[in-house]
Design a protein around this ligand. Structure first.
Ligand SMILES: [Zn+2]
Length: 75
């Protein structure tokens, strides 16, 4: 199962304004695929076993460290 570290972006960037809030202790989204995405700063799992299209364009505010994570755009 592939696992990816997301990219930390600036809270001031336009992308960050659409961030979804993750809650520490459980993934923001889980299931539907085989890709796991971790916070690029603290390695908390934000999206677990999701399909690639579910992660595409995702912007997530980590509930543990508060950093804004964007999808790393691998293909
Ligand atoms: Zn984090």
């Amino acid at each position: 199962m592939p696992q990816f570290d997301m990219i930390i972006i600036s809270p001031d960037s336009p992308q960050a304004q659409n961030a979804e809030a993750h809650t520490a202790g459980k993934p923001l989204r889980e299931g539907g695929g085989s890709e796991t995405y971790r916070c690029g700063a603290c390695k908390t799992k934000l999206l677990v076993n999701v399909a690639h299209h579910d992660a595409h364009g995702a912007v997530v505010k980590c509930g543990k460290c508060g950093k804004i994570n964007a999808e790393p755009h691998h293909h």
